[in-house]
Design a protein around this ligand. Structure first.
Ligand code: NAI
Length: 332
């Protein structure tokens, strides 16, 4: 048995976490949940956005599963998602994006993995407003060490998973200093893996190419902001935000979470698709080397997704979160 810190988060997070718990219980997954609060709810109850109890729990367990947490837009507190990633130095945000049989999409053979640098760039927190001059400066800090380690992680993943190509996405034509750091780190890592093809692309061109020919890409590595945006774009290539999973990986800690947010437009209606969080939870089981149980849950999910009528509304089906959950359990 392994204890995992469970952070339901806000909005649909509360609904989809229940779904994962039910499916894990039905599959007899050897996981004990240590549930912790974060963000606005945590602040109201403890006076802390990231309570000490949550930090202690993650330190102790080393593994977390997290639902989405709300961030006020254009005002208010700094994203607790970003804070958590920086606090535990979860530098690699790994987001696989594959065509799923049965899930409608315009493309057939998408099979790519995004490595988003998760602690630097425009999310470094260097965000200032000068009241007198009425100027805002948001600094994108890129470090040599940070760039080397995300490139190393992407290449090592490609090597371990027999992937053929790594594409580094940047804006080095305009952002010359930070772009050069990333490109240098890319070439340096590529030299250590001569059997893996390496290319680099400028973000604007990459966005167009991904929409036209996503099947040409394999492992994509990029900075924080570009990775954030491309992740949602890639979700759109394979059926939407309801189906794509993710992991925040560091040296000591790993926290698994879906790409999507709290979906305020559907929160509380009981219709959210739990697939993305469930797939993140399956990634977690693989990470913990509970391979058999991970495959069992994954197969049940794949069988469910093949039958459109058993799926939630975002995938064109008739199920709500609860009935979808039951459909997956029936396939276990
Ligand atoms: P969002 O990802 O919450 O929603 C975008 C669209 O996708 C909405 O139409 C939503 O209904 C749909 N959607 C998302 N997940 C779905 C699911 N599981 N099933 C069915 N439909 C789904 O993005 P939005 O609206 O821009 O952000 C809302 C809030 O979430 C913000 O406060 C934002 O900061 C936060 N957020 C948190 C993240 C995290 O905790 N890792 C990641 C992204 C956003």
């Amino acid at each position: 048995m392994k204890t995992v810190t469970l952070i339901p988060g806000d909005g649909i997070g509360l609904e989809i976490v229940e779904s994962v718990k039910e499916i894990f219980a039905a599959a007899k997954a050897p996981i004990i949940w240590d549930t912790q609060i974060i963000g606005k709810t945590a602040f109201e109850q403890t006076g802390q956005l990231i309570p000490d109890a949550l930090i202690e729990s993650i330190k102790k367990n080393g593994i977390g599963l997290k639902g989405p947490a709300e961030t006020p837009i254009g005002k208010g507190f700094k994203s607790v998602n970003v804070q958590l990633r920086q606090l535990f130095d979860l530098y690699a945000n790994v987001r696989p994006c594959q065509t799923i049989e049965g899930v409608e999409s315009r493309y057939e053979n998408v099979d790519l993995v995004i490595f988003r640098e998760n602690t630097e760039g425009l999310y470094s927190g260097l965000d200032y407003y000068d009241e007198r001059l009425q100027i805002a400066d948001t600094i994108s800090r890129i470090t040599v060490a940070g760039s080397k380690r995300i490139l190393a992680a992407a290449f090592e993943y490609a090597h371990q998973n027999k992937r053929k190509k790594v594409t580094l996405v940047h804006k080095a034509n305009i952002l010359k200093q930070s772009g050069k750091i990333l490109l240098d780190a890319g070439h340096e890592a590529a030299a250590r893996y001569p059997h893996i093809e390496f290319e680099d692309k400028i973000i604007d061109n990459m966005s167009m190419q991904l929409v036209r020919n996503p099947e040409r890409f394999d492992v994509i590595v990029t900075s924080n902001l570009f990775g954030d945006i491309l992740s949602d774009l890639c979700a759109g290539l394979v059926g939407g935000l309801g189906v794509v999973s993710g992991a925040n990986i560091g040296e000591e800690v790993a926290i698994f979470e879906a790409v999507h947010g709290t979906a305020p437009d559907i929160a509380g209606k009981g219709i959210a698709n739990p697939t993305a969080l469930l797939r993140s939870a399956v990634m977690m089981l693989f990470h913990l080397e509970y391979t058999e149980i991970a495959q069992k849950i994954d197969q049940a999910l794949i069988k469910t997704l093949k039958q459109k009528e058993l799926c939630t509304g975002d995938l064109g089906g008739n199920a709500n979160t609860k009935t979808f959950t039951q459909n997956v359990i029936n396939h276990l």
